[in-house]
Design a protein around this ligand. Structure first.
Ligand code: GRF
Length: 209
């Protein structure tokens, strides 16, 4: 088939998933098709968005496992679901669980993540959601933005694919800044980056039917 099969991993509201679904409907994302949405949080609103778009969903909750074996069993179930749907590319869209070094090595250059800052600023362990924007406001940066990068074993440490800058305005709160970064950067950047990566991968498989 002429497009890559994509799984989107989510944990929360799913506005980045929505941007991907809208881009697919509008033909901006054409070299890839979102065929599965997996949440690590039961009842995440992102799952509603997937259902409304007719995309199959799945919940893989980590809570059911004891701490020691939680990560291993979580990733086993994840791998099983990805294999069953013949997934070729994973997109982390507001996904908050850590993926092990073993998992990210297996999926080298096949996992994308959207981070709400201009990496290497305000990224790495502990920098997610509003915390990122709180740190940007505390530092007093005049520009922030979003980054799409490949995922490796270092949190937010993988190769950068695309970035988009957003102005910090006087009087910004973490909430107003987060909203602007989502609207002006994340929701534009992620679909474009996904399309670019899918096209690159397809171009490496000329005999693909
Ligand atoms: C947002 O802060 C986004 O920057 C980050 O995850 C949070 C929730 O995203 N990637 P979403 O609305 O669940 O896509």
């Amino acid at each position: 088939m002429k497009h890559l099969r994509i799984a989107v991993l989510v944990s929360g509201g799913g506005t980045n998933l929505q941007a991907l679904l809208d881009a697919q409907r509008e033909g901006i994302l054409a070299a890839g098709e979102i065929v599965l949405v997996i949440s690590d949080r039961p009842g995440a609103y992102a799952l509603e968005r997937a259902c409304a778009a007719g995309v199959p969903t799945m919940e893989i909750s980590k809570r059911e496992y004891s701490k020691e074996i939680r990560q291993m069993l979580f990733e086993e179930k994840l791998e099983e679901a990805l294999a069953k749907s013949e997934i070729e590319l994973i997109i982390l869209a507001g996904f908050l669980s850590i993926l092990s070094a073993g998992f990210t090595r297996k999926w080298d250059h096949r996992i994308l993540n959207i981070h709400p800052s201009l990496i290497p600023s305000f990224c790495g362990a502990g920098f997610y959601g509003l915390k990122v924007h709180e740190a940007a406001l505390t530092r007093g940066v005049k520009l922030t933005g979003a980054t799409v990068h490949f995922v490796n074993e270092i949190p937010d440490g993988g190769e950068i694919i695309a970035q988009k800058a957003v102005e910090v305005l006087p009087g910004d709160t973490p909430e107003t800044l987060q909203r602007r970064v989502m609207e002006q950067a994340e929701w534009i950047l992620l679909p474009r980056a996904a399309e670019e990566v899918c096209r690159r991968i397809l171009a490496e498989q000329p005999d693909r039917k």
